[in-house]
Design a protein around this ligand. Structure first.
Ligand SMILES: Cc1cc2nc3c(=O)[nH]c(=O)nc-3n(C[C@H](O)[C@H](O)[C@H](O)COP(=O)(O)OP(=O)(O)OC[C@H]3O[C@@H](n4cnc5c(N)ncnc54)[C@H](O)[C@@H]3O)c2cc1C
Length: 430
């Protein structure tokens, strides 16, 4: 039996760009292998939670049917599963057995294949690096439909190319990775609020006994309030729970696309004023779901940006230019026509040399969500112009329109023409 194929409009999390595409839904490696031989070009797609054009192509292969947990060594915390399993589907099982992910992004509805292909990072990059740091091996389907096992010792070049390789080396079928021991689902959180960016940055720079940290910056309010924010530090609680059970958080859903005028500078200022007031200095206990995945509580929050969607601009600027680069971006956006609604600042540690495709380099990343206005491309170009001379790079899994120089990657290096996305085409464009 052949893989089912449908044709529809496909978009990723930011709802921009969109493409009418053929999507294949293979249910077995044999069906996928046949597709590899038949289709001249396509890209693998997990759960479509990248923001821009990374998982878009005229032909797309969904991996969501590859859902099995293949092996779980609960003694040593080693898990092997198919690539289409979502982190959220693994959490109840691994947590109940006393394990957690060493590295998790701020969303749990992503596939293991997507986590490797984007080499996702969390709020603990200085200590734990990226998802692939904890990867032991994976199986990769290549352009001729054959399957290769890759690890640090088998097909090592392909292993490192695939981590953060945006699906350009093949289709990851399954992966085996190391988990971290977890004694409690509770976390200790420390929130510290700052009236200006300089003080917030100093707090991020200061040596901390807190393995997790991420900051929010108010970039919508005017005057002296611009650049204020809060840092959310956290650590796992070490006292063992009587019974480990993944905590369930209540969710609400944005039921339809909001009108595109809803998010404007004024509504953003109102929201940020409330958010700043809510996040006064405090130390409290929370749980792993609330700390790691706060955005997951508002289902379909991307609809708040309306049908035109939004653009996320997440860049990482090397430590030597970090403060200067961040200040330059803040200064530019203070009077620019586009205002970021949500902003997240993270500190990053050194990138191991062999993981050459991973996004974070030692320094700072800032992620900013902009409504997709008619001038957003000019704003992105201006930001690229500020950041390129500082050696900053863009996060490809969030990108939709940055200059190719910001990618710091040459897709030609990956060889296989078979695996093609709009992102790859954009980076290759003359
Ligand atoms: C609310 C939100 C918060 C986020 N927070 C973070 C964060 O804190 N840190 C972070 O690093 N990222 C973050 N992300 C980004 C997200 O983690 C990545 O984009 C992730 O790759 C999405 O996984 P996916 O399964 O949805 O993959 P998709 O979006 O479907 O695909 C992403 C890329 O992976 C490739 N790919 C997917 N599956 C395979 C496969 N089996 N074989 C080969 N290639 C494959 C695709 O071709 C594409 O290039 C966030 C996203 C959202 C929506």
């Amino acid at each position: 039996m052949k893989a089912a194929i449908s044709r529809k409009i496909v978009k990723n999390w930011a709802n921009f760009p969109q493409i009418e595409a053929e999507i294949a839904h293979p249910e077995s490696p044999e069906q996928l292998s046949e597709l590899c031989r038949q289709w001249p070009q396509f890209i693998a797609r997990g759960n479509g939670k990248c923001y821009g054009d990374a998982a878009l192509s005229p032909r797309i292969c969904s991996t969501l049917a590859f859902k099995k947990i293949l092996d779980f060594d609960a003694q040593n915390g080693i898990l092997e599963c198919e690539a289409g399993v979502l982190l959220s589907e693994l959490l109840p099982t691994i947590v109940a057995a006393g394990w957690f992910f060493h590295v998790t992004p701020g969303i749990k509805a992503i596939t293991v294949g997507g986590a490797i292909a984007s080499d996702v990072h969390g709020k603990n990059h200085p200590e734990k690096v990226c998802f692939s740091q904890w990867l032991l091996s994976f199986e990769l389907m290549q352009s001729d439909g054959s399957v290769l096992r890759c690890s640090r010792t088998e097909n090592a070049e392909l292993f490192y190319d695939t981590c953060g390789g945006m699906g350009w080396t093949g289709v990851i079928l399954s992966a085996r990775f190391q988990l971290m021991p977890l004694k409690s689902v509770r976390m200790q959180q420390k929130t510290r609020r700052f009236n200006n960016f300089e003080a917030l940055f100093a707090a991020m720079e200061a040596p901390q006994d807190w393995p997790y940290a991420a900051a929010w910056i108010d970039m919508a309010s005017g005057g002296s309030r611009y650049g204020r924010g809060a840092v959310f530090f956290a650590k796992h609680i070490e006292n063992a729970d009587a019974k480990l059970e993944y905590p369930k958080s209540n969710t609400i859903s944005v039921p339809f696309y909001a009108p595109s005028w809803l998010l404007n500078r004024f509504s953003m200022q109102l929201y940020n004023t409330r958010y700043f007031a809510k996040n006064a200095d405090r130390d409290f206990e929370t749980d792993i779901d609330s700390y790691f995945y706060p955005l997951d509580r508002l289902l379909h929050w991307n609809r708040l940006y309306g049908k035109k969607g939004f653009v996320q601009y997440q860049f990482c600027v090397p430590q030597a230019h970090a403060f200067q680069g961040l200040k330059a971006v803040l200064n530019y956006l203070k009077n620019a026509p586009d205002t970021p609604f949500l902003t997240v600042l993270k500190k990053h540690g050194p990138r191991p040399a062999e993981f050459r495709n991973s996004f974070p380099v030692e320094g700072y990343s800032l992620a900013m969500d902009f409504p997709k206005t008619r001038h957003i491309f000019q704003t992105v170009r201006a930001l690229d112009d500020i950041l390129t001379p500082l050696g900053a790079k863009i996060y490809l899994t969030k990108d939709a329109c940055s200059a190719p120089e910001m990618a710091h990657i040459d897709p030609r290096r990956f060889g296989a023409d078979k695996f093609f996305s709009l992102l790859k085409g954009r980076l290759l464009a003359p």
